[in-house]
Ligand binder design. Structure first.
Ligand code: BG6
Length: 495
């Protein structure tokens, strides 16, 4: 579907996310013919830019990061609708100028009064911007036109701040106009999880505690904190990735089949499963079910890399974790007794996100022990990125005179099965905002439930007074994470 007449205002337009993801995604949408003819993009920031400077920034971002080939014609057309409004968030005049700019674009480019306000800014600035949008009449009832707000993470710092934020946003925008971004939900491979589970007969009968031994959800990165010290330090791996991306993956893996793919039905199942997630209640239990680490100097890709504490902008006594692993359980008939192990970290062995469903071993193996030594459990591995696809691991006879059985892989790879390249997550999400399609955006309740799961863990870590364990860059994380698995007689998969 093609978006109707509309414009997008980006707050925080000088930031990394805007340059690397948002501007290229908007160009890619234009290039695919999914934006309306008069579409307009307005940047709002303190930087001393004019329209031309901003246009040049967008151009450079598009040249460097867009997925689709560059077309001079598409670019020219898009550039005609690019504007910049200079000011700080508490500057009434700047917001009045923004309102005037949007109204002018409504007239000259036919954007129809439909405006999406994209807050790619620190949460501390949300109240001011929301108030300003209200004060300048930008969210007032606009007849048939729509006004939507898009909110980037982090959505709060804990349950209490998330609730406060939800309340605040709710004072200015009705729930149907609020789009909270979790960019993992925009990924094709994440959406495919639902197709894999509910479009096939194969998996559902064995998708339960009778057949599944445990589930491992991994999001690992080889990069360090990079230029994001200001954002990352004080947040840490668990709040940065587990609270949102990994709990969303858990919800999609574990939820029941929705009655339909209508947003409300999807949400019902996701919130149901998230509210059944349990962590051990006491401090000792939480400490035993979790692990934290911080990367130390090491080697990556043949280059020496500094430890977290030596990174620019990080205090040398920071206790922020760059690796986190947690063991969760889900109190439902389907999942009772099946642990879900979640882990994420920076400066690990390689960049990979995957969901591995590990099945129980066959109850009886009619082979001699030595013939099956190399046989593991069956596994279904959903490769979210970078090598998108699905792998099934199963035992197979090794050709030869004995009945030796060994694990082999059967593979589906996006690249081989589909000729179309997957759109970038942000492309899909921005398009859905313009279309008013809420399925891929977590609602307030989901966000709050996720904080409810994480809060006791963060509190136990704080109370313990322990430091995250150092792990060498380029390895697979702290040894306490291996101990966590070893206590259950299991090991982490090597992706
Ligand atoms: C972001 C986190 O939400 O996700 C980053 O803030 C992380 O720290 C990123 O690097 C990972 O996203 P992706 O799509 O590269 O897996």
């Amino acid at each position: 579907r093609i978006a109707g007449p509309s414009s997008v205002v980006i707050f925080g337009v000088t930031g990394d996310l805007s340059r690397k993801k948002l501007m290229p995604a908007i160009y890619d949408l234009a290039n695919r013919g999914l934006l309306p003819p008069g579409f307009s993009l307005i940047g709002f920031a303190r930087r001393d830019w004019d329209d031309q400077d901003f246009e040049e920034e967008v151009y450079q971002a598009v040249k460097q990061y867009a997925r689709t080939p560059f077309s001079e014609e598409v670019w020219r057309h898009l550039a005609e609708g690019i504007r910049f409004v200079q000011g700080s968030f508490d500057d009434d005049d700047a917001f009045d100028t923004l309102a005037a700019t949007l109204h002018e674009l409504d007239r000259s480019r036919g954007t129809g009064g439909n405006h999406a306000f994209y807050l790619s800014i620190p949460p501390g600035a949300f109240p001011t911007v929301l108030r300003q949008l209200q004060r300048s009449g930008l969210v007032a009832d606009a007849g048939d036109a729509w006004r939507r707000v898009v909110i980037e993470k982090p959505f709060g710092h804990d349950l209490e701040s998330a609730q406060e934020l939800n309340r605040l946003v709710g004072e200015v925008f009705p729930p149907s106009s609020v789009f909270r971004i979790d960019h993992y939900l925009g990924k094709e491979t994440v959406q495919n999880l639902l197709a894999l589970r509910f479009a096939n007969q194969l998996w559902e009968p064995i998708w339960n505690s009778h057949y599944v031994d445990h589930v491992q959800i991994t999001q690992s990165e080889d990069i360090g904190v990079g230029g994001r010290a200001g954002y990352y330090d004080g947040i840490g791996a668990a709040r940065d990735v587990i609270q949102n991306h990994l709990l969303q993956l858990l919800a999609l893996t574990a939820m029941e089949e929705p009655v339909s793919f209508e947003p409300k039905d999807l949400r019902t199942e996701k919130t149901k499963v998230l509210s059944a997630v349990v962590v051990p209640k006491d401090q000792a239990g939480i400490m035993a079910a979790t692990a934290r680490g911080q990367y130390a100097a090491g080697w990556q890709g043949g280059a020496k890399v500094p430890g977290y504490l030596e990174e620019d902008g990080i205090s040398p006594d920071s206790t922020t974790e760059t690796y986190a692993a947690v063991k969760l359980e889900i109190d439902t008939r389907r999942w009772a007794g099946v642990p879900f192990y979640l882990r994420t970290g920076k400066r690990l062995g390689k960049r990979v996100t995957e969901i591995a469903v590990i099945f129980k071993r066959a109850p009886h193996l009619p082979f001699s022990h030595t013939d099956t030594e190399e046989l593991g459990s069956n596994a279904l591995v959903i490769r979210i990125q970078p090598d998108e696809g699905t792998t099934i691991r199963f035992g197979s006879k090794v050709p030869g005179p004995t009945m030796e059985v060994r694990d082999v892989n059967m593979d589906f790879s996006y690249g081989q099965s589909f000729t179309e390249a997957s759109p970038e997550a942000y492309e899909r999400l921005i398009l859905d905002v313009l279309l008013g399609e809420p399925s891929l955006f977590p609602q307030d309740e989901e966000v709050e439930l996720s904080w409810k799961i994480l809060d006791p863990i963060e509190k136990a870590w704080d109370r313990s007074g322990t430091q995250p364990e150092q792990y060498t860059s380029g390895t697979w994380g702290p040894s306490s994470a291996d101990d966590l698995m070893a206590r259950d007689g299991r090991t982490w998969r090597l992706p």
